[in-house]
Design a binder for this molecule. Structure first.
Ligand code: SF4
Ligand code: SF4
Length: 476
């Protein structure tokens, strides 16, 4: 008879309940006394079913219960017979229907943020000789492209990006109107969002965004001295004093969608808790999300390992604050937790780190198609042009290169269902290859995923109805 051995999982505890995070399926399995005893027994040595039944009946469990528990663990791949783990993840059907199109309506910006991936030292864009602003015609063609390439989807998403998006607000407006008409004619629903540095928000712009239910994300790095470390005008003057009154007006007048802040962390700006308190409690954002700057490790603003450990400690403290809120059924605005809980709740197991090049594409002012907004205007990453569609061979090559099967280092990592090697853009900037795993972040990713698993487990054990919020949220 075959021996059973442990399958591939990461064990964690939340709210006094033991769980297994199953890899590669991404499912979460709650252990009881019996299944926990089987796992502990197999952790010591491989055992046949007869041996397990014999060991555990001696500990007072009933034979039929043990057999059922073994079957349940086997079915879920928590335990296995035979050798080796599977890294197999279902391949996406191709051509994959588009869900989100990011229109970089301009590659121009009125700020000169020193860490910017679009203009800074690590930029991948090659905008020379290309239009600086997207024309109304290109934007309309992009809308047609989105609607034509999203078969089977009732709902699609159009997001506006830059440069500074509001430098081409005229095209944002006309595109929203056109997209709404065309989506209606095609029997689809289109939803809109934009990211802005807030410098060009005016009362009419705010009124338009509110009336048209446009989701808004503001790039801001916290209190004045932190924000103004990098987020400056070309004369070096900080942007905080200019943007904060505008942001406050936006928050007061735009109530049709929650407004989020997006913070870029650098070696000089790692004070996560203070930034969160300022943006959430003092300014009044609905949610705040943080991302470490994407850069080569040689830049002075790159965050080193000590900085990352510091960030993880502060993320953990805020995550436990989020837990307290969740146990009281209250909203907490730390979106890094809610985004990860959403993925854990959905039980995702990613073949690719994100939707770039798959359900999500970027379009530059010239109409060139890119895997996402960060690769827009880069000749080396062009995936076609909206006038003649996606270059399927280049797209297939991009996706194959970024598939988890190619990332050998990730095959023994328990965090791969949520990470799958990490951001392609980060990988390109660090390693010169979109298909390289972001190995400089592994400890951070595993540490953060473990924290979120514990938070998820505790909510599941103590206030499971809160997890219903994640059924309603759209997968990103
Ligand atoms: S990049 Fe690192 S953390 Fe992510 S799946 Fe690969 S080995 Fe794991
Ligand atoms: S994770 Fe990276 S590659 Fe993916 S959409 Fe975001 S920036 Fe682009």
């Amino acid at each position: 008879m075959n021996s059973y051995r442990l399958g591939e999982f990461h064990q964690f505890c939340g709210g006094g309940q033991e769980y297994l995070y199953l890899v590669p399926s991404g499912a979460i399995f709650a252990l009881n006394d019996l299944t926990s005893a089987i796992i502990k027994r197999l952790d010591e040595d491989n055992r046949t079913q007869v041996e397990l039944v014999s060991d555990l009946t001696a500990r007072g469990f009933a034979g039929t219960d043990i057999e059922e528990a073994i079957e349940e663990l086997h079915q879920s791949h928590a335990i296995a017979t035979g050798k080796g783990f599977s890294t197999e993840v279902q391949k996406a059907p191709m051509p994959f229907p588009l869900q989100t199109l990011v229109l970089n309506v301009t590659n121009q910006c009125n700020l000169s943020c020193k860490y910017c991936y679009e203009f800074g030292e690590d930029r991948v864009a090659t905008p020379e000789g290309k239009p600086k602003f997207m024309s109304e015609e290109t934007a309309r063609n992009a809308v047609d492209f989105l609607l034509a390439n999203s078969p089977g989807r009732r709902s699609v998403h159009l997001t506006f990006f830059g440069g500074e998006t509001l430098m081409n607000f005229k095209v944002v407006r006309s595109t929203i109107e056109y997209a709404r008409e065309q989506a209606h004619a095609a029997g689809k629903y289109v939803d809109f969002s934009l990211t802005t540095n807030a410098t060009l928000l005016t009362p009419p712009v705010i009124e338009y965004l509110a009336e048209n239910h446009v989701g808004v994300t503001i790039s801001i790095d916290g209190p004045k001295e932190l924000n103004d470390t990098f987020r400056v005008f070309s004369n070096g003057k900080g942007s905080y004093e200019i943007i904060v009154p505008k942001v406050k007006e936006l928050l007061a007048k735009h109530k049709s969608r929650p407004i989020g802040a997006r913070v870029t962390l650098t070696s000089q700006v790692v004070d996560v808790k203070r930034i969160y308190r300022h943006l959430k409690d003092e300014i009044g954002f609905y949610e705040v999300g943080f991302a470490p700057v994407t850069t080569s490790p040689v830049r002075l603003y790159a965050i080193g390992n000590n900085g990352l450990n510091n960030v993880l400690e502060q993320f953990t403290e805020l995550a436990y604050e989020y837990l307290d809120y969740a146990l009281r059924d209250e909203h907490h605005g730390f979106s890094n937790v809610s985004d990860t809980l959403q993925e854990l709740h959905a039980g995702i197991s990613k073949a690719h780190p994100c939707g770039a090049g798959l359900g999500l594409l970027g379009v530059g002012p010239s109409g060139d198609i890119a895997p996402c907004h960060r690769f827009v205007d880069s000749d080396a990453h062009k995936l076609g042009h909206i006038s003649n569609g996606i270059d399927r061979a280049t797209q297939a090559e991009f996706l194959e290169r970024g598939h988890i099967e190619r990332k050998i280092e990730c095959h023994t990592c328990w965090a791969r269902p949520v990470c799958s090697g990490g951001c392609y853009h980060e990988a390109y900037v660090r390693y010169g290859d979109t298909g390289h795993a972001n190995l400089h972040y592994c400890d951070w990713i595993r540490g953060w995923t473990h924290v979120c698993l514990q938070i998820y487990g505790e909510i599941a054990a103590r206030n499971p109805k809160f997890l219903g919020h994640f059924d309603e949220r759209k997968a990103i």
